[in-house]
Design a protein. Structure first.
Length: 259
């Protein structure tokens, strides 16, 4: 019988970006949820299109934002993050058993919002004369997924609570840059993304604390231990404190940023 956890595998394996997005948006939250089954790892995770070419972050070239190509390259980078975020949300659903049913519904809902973000960005790329795959991209987000595939606590601590939370920090400056060169549409899209991403990080915070409680762990010291274990670079300013508060970080965590 098809369950919510097994239903995510098809879009996760999809190699075509449009097929992946359509598959995610078609997922039904009404499907039964088998919370306890261990699902055998499917071959070919995650499905990726032939393009973009994946390179090291330092190898990605940056054209001036005042040019159409420069704006498109920046939007492409954000679209690539959103496509990775779809895969990350789907992966956590099938991979980790033993969580409450609401956990799986939350991450499928998050995948749907990431799919909408990708679609908004891709459509805007079309309007500029470009498409997803026209620029190189890097694989940093998925590399962290691979590192944390053996521990759901590490996955939640270091993906939504760390890498995705950095998107909250970066969003205002990126929006200002795009609007300053006349791309108001991009600014509107980033407003939508920021609002939704606050909710995604909030979910990460909620389930991180739930897991810490279940394991009898202190959330603050455990997070520090995980960043060291997985060699996570030190977080550096600027920080979007307002967005982080809305996303569920407490004042102790905010005071510790960058320290």
């Amino acid at each position: 019988m098809l369950s919510l956890r097994t239903s995510v595998i098809c879009p996760l394996l999809a190699q075509d970006a449009l097929e992946k997005v359509q598959g995610v948006l078609a997922l039904s939250l009404e499907l039964p949820i088998d919370t306890e089954s261990d699902i055998p790892p499917p071959v070919g995770i995650p499905g990726r299109p032939a393009r973009p070419r994946l390179v090291l972050p330092a190898a990605i070239k940056h054209a001036p934002l005042k040019t159409t190509e420069g704006r498109a390259a920046l939007l492409h980078a954000i679209a690539h993050i959103e496509l990775n975020a779809i895969d990350l949300a789907l992966d956590i659903v099938w991979r980790f058993s033993g969580m409450p049913a609401q956990f799986y519904r939350d991450w499928v809902s998050i995948a749907k919002e990431e799919a909408t973000h990708f679609t908004l960005l891709r459509n805007h790329l079309f309007s500029l004369g470009f498409d997803y795959g026209d620029f190189d991209a890097h694989n940093t987000l998925w590399e962290m997924a691979e590192k944390t595939k053996g521990d759901i606590l590490a996955r939640i601590a270091l993906v939504p609570r760390t890498l995705e939370a950095r998107g909250l920090d970066a969003s205002p400056a990126v929006k200002n840059k795009l609007v300053s060169v006349g791309d108001k549409k991009a600014g509107e899209i980033l407003d939508v993304i920021l609002k939704d991403e606050i909710g995604h990080v909030f979910a990460g915070n909620h389930w991180y604390r739930w897991l810490c409680s279940q394991r009898g762990l202190d959330p603050i010291s455990t997070y520090v231990d995980l960043t060291r274990k997985y060699d996570v670079p030190k977080l550096r300013p600027p920080f979007n404190f307002e967005a982080r508060r809305l996303a569920g970080f407490d004042e102790v965590e905010l005071l510790g940023l960058g320290s």
